[in-house]
Design a protein. Structure first.
Length: 317
């Protein structure tokens, strides 16, 4: 579970930039206001509005700020610039910076209508107007997973993004060296319904899908993911984050199948939950980003339990 530092590499392969130390709890970028809303909702003190639901999804399982929020020289997210454009990804297929998704009209998504924001989320396409009109978003945007979002949750995410503070911050245009491609994810293609969520495993599968967990944790080679034969196998290498010292160790996505030796089949539920939300391995080692531990710590107990229930069903590899 998580990512381990096992080898050195340079920023020459595809994948997600990452820093080399797990974030401390106090570095969590999620605002105090959001936690107040979450606690109130979980206590039944108030009904959850679409904006609150969207805030929960964006700031926990979807972990949007993990890419879209800029970081300082130490790799810590800059809360004052949340969602205004973040990490730069340099791969053989493209060079792209996660864009500004605040409601700023000129440099963010303030001029996009709801349908256009939804299309960007679930199809990975920009609107047919404005900057980069009609251009696809880089493949690092997990639209192939987000297409599983239920209509109410998609509406909620849009509502939350509409309520962010507009921040003016123009990000560089992407450079595409090859056509943008996204591999179909079976559960997202099949879709979900609320009726399925009576089964904790199916609800967990939904959360794992919109959390695009298998984007990193599945077998991957030459830019192609193998979700059919390598689901959860891990092994994908992520170079050290941009600006990290020369020779900084890479992160390697772990095997999260139910295999008792190679995977997490021998772990207890508590150990799996701790790895997801705290970045601590079964043996006490600190796991490494890019896995968004500081976001996942905000998951409700029931959602975390359902995620674990689903992971127990991933065939051993």
């Amino acid at each position: 579970m998580g990512f381990d530092a096992r080898q050195d590499c340079r920023l020459s392969g595809a994948g997600l930039s990452c820093h080399t130390a797990p974030p401390k709890p106090e570095e969590n970028h999620v605002s105090d206001r959001y936690f107040v809303l979450l606690l109130a909702a979980s206590d039944g003190a108030m009904a959850e509005t679409p904006t609150e639901r969207g805030g929960y999804l964006v700031n926990t399982i979807m972990a949007c700020g993990n890419c879209h929020t800029p970081r300082d020289a130490d790799g810590k997210t800059i809360a004052a610039k949340a969602f205004s454009g973040g990490l730069t990804f340099t791969t053989p297929g493209f060079i792209a910076t996660a864009p500004n998704i605040t409601p700023d009209v000129e440099t963010g998504i303030g001029s996009w209508n709801d349908a256009e924001i939804k299309r960007a989320l679930v199809e990975g396409m920009r609107p047919d107007h404005g900057r980069l009109a009609g251009a696809p978003l880089a493949a690092i945007m997990p639209a192939n997973f987000y297409k599983a979002l239920l209509p109410d949750d998609l509406d909620a995410v849009v509502a939350y993004l509409r309520n962010l503070r507009p921040i003016r911050n123009e990000t560089p245009d992407p450079v595409y060296k090859a056509p943008v491609r996204r591999d179909s994810y079976p559960d997202a293609e099949a879709g979900f319904s609320k009726a399925m969520f009576a089964d904790p495993v199916r609800h967990g599968a939904y959360l794992v899908t919109i959390g695009h967990c298998m984007e990193c944790h599945s077998a991957w080679s030459r830019g192609v993911s193998d979700f059919n034969n390598g689901l959860g196998r891990g092994g994908r290498v992520f170079p050290a984050r941009e600006g990290a010292p020369e020779g900084s160790p890479a992160s390697i996505a772990a095997n999260i199948t139910s295999d008792p030796a190679a995977g997490i089949g021998g772990w207890t539920d508590q150990e799996i939950g701790r790895a997801i939300t705290q970045g601590i391995a079964r043996d006490g080692r600190a796991l490494k980003p890019p896995m968004a531990y500081d976001y996942y710590t905000g998951l409700t107990e029931s959602d975390l339990a359902d995620i674990i229930a689903y992971l127990r069903t991933v065939p051993p590899l």
